[in-house]
Design a protein. Sequence first.
Lengths: 584, 184
Amino acid sequence: MQVKYLLGNEAIAYGLYEGGIDASFAYPGTPSSEITEYLISIANDDVYIEWSINEKVAFENAYGVSLTGRRSCAIMKHVGLNVASDALLTSAYTGIIGGLVIVVADDPFSHSSQNEQDSRRYVSFARIVCFEPSTIQEAKDLASFSFEFSEKYKIPVILRSVTRLSHGKSDVLIGERGKRKNLSLNFIKNPEQLVMVPTNVRKAIKKLNEKIELIKKDIEKLKINRIEKGEGKIGIIASGLGYIYTKEFMDIKNKNYPVFKVSTYPIPEKKLGKFLKELKKVYIFEEGDPVIEEFVYICSKKYNPDLKICGKLSGDVKKEGELSVEEIEVSLTKKQKKFFAFSLPQRNPLLCPGCPHLGSFYILKKVFGKDAIYPGDIGCYTLGVRFGTIDTCLCMGSGISIGSGIAKFEKKYVISIIGDSTFFHAGIPGLINSVYNKSNQIIAILDNRTTAMTGYQPHPGTGITAKEEKTIEINLKKLIEGCGVENVIEIDPYKIKKSIKEIEKFKEKRGVKVIIFKRECIQISNKEKKIYYIDKNICKKCKLCLELNCPAIIQNKEILEINILCNGCGMCKEICFFDAIKEK
Amino acid sequence: MKKFDILICGVGGQGIILCSNIIGNAGVIEGLPVKGSEIHGMSQRGGSVEAHVRLNCKLGPVIPKGQADLIIGFEPLESVRYLNFLKPDGIAVVNSFPIPIYGLKYEYEEIIEILKTNVKNLYIENFTSIAESIGSIKILNVLMLGFSSKFIPLKKKSFIEAMKVLIPSKYFEINLKAFNYFEK
């Protein structure tokens, strides 16, 4: 036993390890990515760990491991659960063998996501179980406990984290890796359980419903859902960070409301009813959808029909974004506290100086112009929205198919933009569909040899596994040719003039055309760094270099300069007409 | 010891997370409950970055507004952005060296004026140029931590012990020099 200062995701990794995990599968996604990275550093060779191609594949692998009796885990961000959901929903029907945990990190306020969906919604949809911790210590403890619970009821369990938990930090008491009783660790044929043909489905759904009733009874006994006594007839029901913010609010304001802490879904109805009976009014603080609140409405009918319920549905708690101590105060006191704030320019994230995407976008704009349509995708390059070269961002892999749809009716050039990791994740079916159905579009794959946005994780195109072992490198060009694309070119986005010429040559060809912009991400490139400067005496102030949108090139009054952020890619030198940009 | 809340802010790439980790680990070394919060993801791309460290705290990861005892601001405009977290009698240690915002106007004098009129206990220095004079702008974080450490209720040896764990040994000497720079 030892106390360490840990990131929430690190604590979850410790919890999974202590819970006896045998195998872990994940696709990177903020705020969940570090769990896998920490698990690699914590676990010895006794845990199999991989970066999977996408969340569905990750979950199916984990399910496969579970069928051999071992404990496995699939880790993803909230939107990844949608990708895995096809397999997840039916896995509840079949049930599992070894403990199967899905760690899902939600992102209220969309710090780095395309939506704010609430993973707890999958509990009633899939008829599974979810644990929701409020603190990092609890996240670690529940990660471990999830395996036990999952195995006891042979049901997948979701552990729900959120950004502030995954990227929060805390002193955490860590323990030893748990040892399990001897199980028969083999795949045992059992088609009635595992083959979901209609006759088996009908039996499975009945069994699942019976199982859920048993689980509900057991959940009534779990101490992680608890009533904390207080004074008065106004009570608070809270989960996740809502609970900890409630505690802090009461601490600051010297309040002592009775509190019901919800940590499981299904929510224990009888325990909740006991709490509701004593109250006149109840506030509900939960991040995401009003999942608890809706259940309180149902329960109050039976246990306390006159109860006043204050939450997101009633308009007493704001519906969007994250909770905070301040938000709890606003809801409870109806007073908006004023904090002075100055209107300041936003410091938005940018593509790095030397980012190969800057070159790719410059080239595409020069060849196809601003009016071309650029369906986009998810990755660093989504930041291209600022340059007019990203026109959509919906979900992983969507750009190519959206582009196909647009190109069926639009006469303009359609250039779908997608990154290498995203292409492997969900872009390939869209590409094949595009070829098969005779789409007339250009697909630009920005291949920076890594999953950059989430922290440079490897993917099938890199030839490196999660544990940094060598593996077969999937060759993008061959893969795309194998999908029936006749016009594929591979170009270097740093070589701007040459690339423009090559694209000009093939842009009018019919059908699906693919351009692979291949150049390693500047953050992982080991190239020796050169530094450039603009010679004031030669510069004609034509401002062509500014069109690169490189954060290192700035205009100071009328003078153009390269600042200390320069990473020495040399793209600006290449496009300068007057040779005014020189190496230092 | 009472709870002590520290907010560290600046721009991605300035070493803010490491700075917060040294404080947090130093707290745990002294046996305190410590909570904290970071925002990852887009931060490396030059965005605005904040990290919270809460010493002797058993509650949430995020400092409520108006509750921070200390702000360590690595950049003047970013320091103003998070000023509403500071207690009325709180301390702000601010680096006066500005980082321009790409494509937008930056009223530097105005920013410095806001700091001077709104913070009672303000310590403002060009820490970037001091870091350069010591040998590298990469040690800006530990230099500012060294200056701020006298306001933080932790022992010096706990900071040093935490630095030993968190900083690769080949960079330890220069960081130690930075940490001790303001010691007379």
